[in-house]
Design a protein around this ligand. Structure first.
Ligand SMILES: [Zn+2]
Length: 121
């Protein structure tokens, strides 16, 4: 095999791992509980396995973050923040949280359940 082909092979392998990971949920840190935190206060908490597809809007100082839950995954759909780091972070799929620093917003996996009878906020 020519060395020039290696990058393509690698990309293919990475894609396959990514697909397998998203299907098998291998990357998740042992929990499906996700919380949306603003200024240290938990605004919402979801069990992603049970969560319906939905859009959540969170406001901070007049700036709105739009969070989407779809197919039992969560991400920042839109954000009125200058850097868009949170939007570019994509789907939450590891222990690394999605953070919107300008709007003091964090989306992360958690082990602390405040869910009562499966109903949240
Ligand atoms: Zn942001």
């Amino acid at each position: 095999m020519k060395w020039k082909k290696w990058p393509f092979v690698l990309v293919g392998i990475i894609l396959l791992i990514g697909i397998a990971g998203s299907v098998l949920v291998l990357q998740r840190p042992g929990t499906n509980l996700v919380e949306i935190v603003q200024d240290g206060e938990v605004l919402y908490q979801f069990d992603l396995l049970q969560a319906e597809d939905q859009i959540i809007k969170v406001e901070y100082s007049g700036r709105v973050n739009t969070i989407e839950i779809k197919d039992h995954q969560i991400h920042m759909l839109e954000a009125e923040c200058p850097d868009k780091t949170c939007v570019n972070a994509g789907w939450l799929n590891s222990a690394a949280p999605i953070v919107c620093l300008p709007n003091h917003l964090v989306i992360r996996f958690t082990n602390n359940s405040n869910i009562v009878d499966g109903v949240v906020g």
